[in-house]
Design a protein around this ligand. Sequence first.
Ligand code: GLA
Length: 400
Amino acid sequence: MTEDIRKFLFEEYSKIFVNSEKFRLFFAPGRINVVGEHTDYTGGYCMPAGISAGTFVLVKPNSSAEFNAFSINFPDKILKVDISSNQIKENNWGDYLKGVLVELAADGYKIDRGFDGVVYGNIPNGSGLSSSASLEMSLILAILGINGYNIPENGSKEMIKLTLCAQRAENNFVGVKCGILDQFAIGNAKENRVIKMKCDTLDFKYSPINLKDKTIIIMNTNKKRRLEESKYNERRSECERGFEILKNYGIKKTALGDVTIGEWNELKSKVKSADEIIYRRLNHVVGENDRVLRAFESLQNDDLSRLARLINESGDSLKTDFEVTGDYLDAIVEAARSTSGVIAARMTGAGFGGCAIAIAQKDDLDKIKLEISQKYQKSTGIAPEFYNYDISDGAREIEI
Ligand code: GLA
């Protein structure tokens, strides 16, 4: 964290609350997903990493059983949440605080001490870098920290339990039917590493990500995601239907994410003639799961060009088979891929707008960004934004 952010948080805090000696600061990153998109809710594989932008929660305990929380991003009022009362959804950012509180209690955590806190996120909202899961995880750590619990290590069993709690808050209280990718990635990320995760068993492995003379750039289309929720749910149910069809053809697996390329190749022509749309959705999911395994292997073997090929294939599959990109993501990916010094580009996250990632030559970044920006603006009329975040550790307390 930069000194500037630290100073800014303290200044903002003292505008709202009385200063105190007992501050604690919690942080949860956003995430990118390098490969393995729209596979988590099929019980398949993803390969995310944490980024150095995220959500900061600066808190001090108060003597009540109430959270008084102020969001620097949504600064309309101090939100007051009485820990012991029945939590009611209000369709504002406070729903995340209430949602995680309800789910922590459901998991048996004893929460009875309140805090006064400010919340600040420096991930652009709606950009597909998981600002919501980052908010959930940072709030969970703040609540637990203030209530005397130890903050678990990234990758520990206890942290995994908290990521499931955050996912349930999002599914049950906030009402978004997301998978476990975002929360898991944010809770368990490690500096300069990707995580290969299996989304039903939650088995996972880290690998260093060594891009040599290249780096990952995040390209924001600045096109806010629209309709994404209904389309997202539509894709989920298409996958569920697809899995039923495969089971009718004799596949005996507990999750769609376990179906292998070999099994799919045996059945795909039958599925295609039965239902062309379902065929394409399944073709993406089965192929994408296999790409994660190969991409992880490529990183372990230091084979950057193979990794780049797989990222590009993933992007193409999300565009043509899974149909979750749209004009703006297509335009930025096309602009990046046609720029010299870029070896791979694809959308990241849910799609339908938001961000794409590219792997680009480090020493030429300014020129590369300028060229992508010009091409993208020419085709869409919108100026994109670029971020060079580091690959960072997961949710944690920051010493102050
Ligand atoms: C969103 C969801 C995740 C995952 C991705 C697509 O980020 O929150 O659970 O489904 O989309 O891979």
